[in-house]
Design a protein around this ligand. Structure first.
Ligand code: UT7
Length: 331
C-alpha cells in the first residue's frame, strides 16, 4: 500500500517586512532585490521560536484530518534553527502539541530538509515501524541572519509547514519516487559555524571579533550549482517515470531565487502556470518553503486529487533532490 500525504498545513508570522525595510540598514534597493531574487517581502517572527510557528500548523493539520495528537507515532522536524541546540525541536513540539505517543528527531539538511524528512517518514511507514508520521519543515531564519550583510539578510524569511504521512489503500495516489543527493564539497559556499559549543569550535578559541555564527554564503557559487542540481534531478525523475511535461500538474520548487526556479521549469519543459511561486511573499524560509507552497496550493483549492506533483530542492550541504507524488487529498 502506498504512503501518502493525508493532511497539510502551514504557518507564517504576521509581521511583514518589505524590501524597503533593508534600504536604510544596508546598501540595497527594492529594485535590486526584486530583479535578482523575485522577493518583494518576507515575514519575521517577532516573539517566539520555531516550535511556536510549527505548533499552529500541527494543530490545523491534525484537525483537518480529524485525529488527535496522541495518534501520531513519530514527529520529524527538518530545520537548521531549532529552538535550542538540545533538546530537539521535535521533542519540544511533541510536548507542546500533546503528541504523547510519539518519538521523533530533528533532521538537518537545510533547504532540502523537508524532502529528506518526507522520505525518512515514508521509510518508517514502509518498514512497519510507524503508522502515522508528522513531517515538519520550518525555519526561523531571522535568528541566524547577519543584518549588516546585504548579500544574505535580504534573502530569507521565517515560516514552516507540516504534513501528515500515512498508508492508503488507494493505489492511485501517494509518494511514488524520489532522488536525493548530497555533496559535502559544497559546504564551504553556504554555512554557519557553530560557535559557543561543539568540538570544532570550543568557546574559548573564538574571540568576540570572529563572528561566523550566522548564515555565510558565496551566492554565485551556490547559484551555479543550484541551477544545475535542481534542474537535473527534476528532469531525471520525469524521465525515469516516463512522464512528459503534460503529465505534471505542478512543480513545487524550493524558493531560493526566481531565476533558479525558472531554469528548473524550463529544463522540465513546464508551462510557467504549473510552477508554484511564493518567494515574492515569504522569501526563502529554508526547510519551510516546500510545505508552505504545498499547503497554500491545497488550501486555495488548486491541488486536485490525482494531480502529479514534483517537489524539488537545492540547499546547503550541498543537498538536493526531487520527489514525485500523486496528490490524494480530496478538496
Ligand atoms: O536556499 C539555499 C540555497 N541558496 C541559493 O540558492 C541562493 C543562490 N544564490 C543566489 O540566489 C544569488 O547568487 C544571490 C541572489 C544571492 C545574488 O545574486 P547575484 O546575481 O548572484 O549577485 P552577485 O552575488 O553576483 O552580486 C552582484 C553585485 C555585487 O556587486 P559588484 O561586485 O558587482 O559591485 C554585489 O556586491 O550585487 C551586489 N549585491 C547587492 N547589491 C544590492 C549583493 N547583494 C546586494 C544587495 N543589494 N542586497
Amino acid at each position: 500500500m502506498p504512503v501518502t500525504i493525508s493532511s497539510i498545513a502551514h504557518f507564517v508570522p504576521q509581521d511583514i517586512f518589505p524590501n524597503s525595510y533593508f534600504e536604510d540598514k544596508v546598501e540595497t534597493s527594492d529594485e535590486w532585490i526584486q530583479s535578482r531574487t523575485g522577493i518583494k517581502e518576507r515575514r519575521f517572527l517577532m516573539d517566539g521560536e520555531l516550535s511556536d510557528m510549527l505548533l499552529p500548523a500541527v494543530q490545523q493539520c491534525l484537525s483537518e484530518r480529524g485525529i488527535g495528537p496522541e495518534e501520531i507515532d513519530c514527529v520529524i522536524v527538518a530545520t537548521i534553527t531549532p529552538d535550542n541546540r538540545f533538546p530537539s525541536a521535535s521533542a519540544t513540539l511533541q510536548h507542546k502539541a500533546g503528541m504523547i505517543n510519539a518519538w521523533g528527531y530533528d533532521l538537518s539538511a537545510a533547504c532540502s530538509g523537508f524532502l529528506y524528512a518526507l522520505m525518512s517518514g515514508v521509510g518508517l511507514i514502509d518498514s512497519g515501524t510507524c503508522k502515522k508520521v508528522l513531517v515538519c519543515g520550518g525555519d526561523k531564519m531571522s535568528s541566524i541572519l547577519n543584518f549588516n550583510d546585504r548579500t544574505t539578510c535580504i534573502l530569507f524569511g521565517d515560516g514552516g509547514g507540516v504534513a501528515l504521512l500515512e498508508r492508503t489503500e488507494d493505489k492511485a495516489i501517494g509518494i511514488q519516487d524520489s532522488i536525493l543527493r548530497m555533496d559535502g564539497k559544497g559546504g564551504q559556499y553556504l554555512y554557519m559555524s557553530d560557535h559557543g559549543d561543539g568540538a570544532k569550535a570550543p568557546f574559548e578559541k573564538y574571540p568576540e571579533e570572529v563572528k561566523e555564527h550566522y548564515v555565510i554564503q558565496d551566492g554565485q557559487s551556490v547559484f551555479k550549482s543550484a541551477v544545475v542540481g535542481m534542474a537535473d534531478v527534476s528532469a531525471e525523475i520525469m524521465e525515469r517515470n516516463n512522464l512528459t511535461s503534460d503529465d505534471i500538474a505542478w512543480l513545487v520548487p524550493h524558493q531560493a531565487n526566481l531565476r533558479i526556479i525558472d531554469a528548473t521549469a524550463r529544463r522540465m519543459g513546464l508551462d510557467p502556470s504549473k510552477v508554484i511561486i511564493n518567494i515574492d511573499k515569504f522569501g526563502n524560509t529554508t526547510a519551510g518553503t516546500i510545505p508552505i507552497c504545498l499547503s497554500e496550493l491545497h488550501h486555495e483549492g488548486k491541488l486536485k486529487y490525482g494531480d502529479k506533483v514534483i517537489l524539488a530542492s537545492f540547499g546547503a550541504g550541498f543537498t538536493w533532490g526531487s520527489i514525485l507524488l500523486t496528490w490524494g487529498i480530496k478538496s
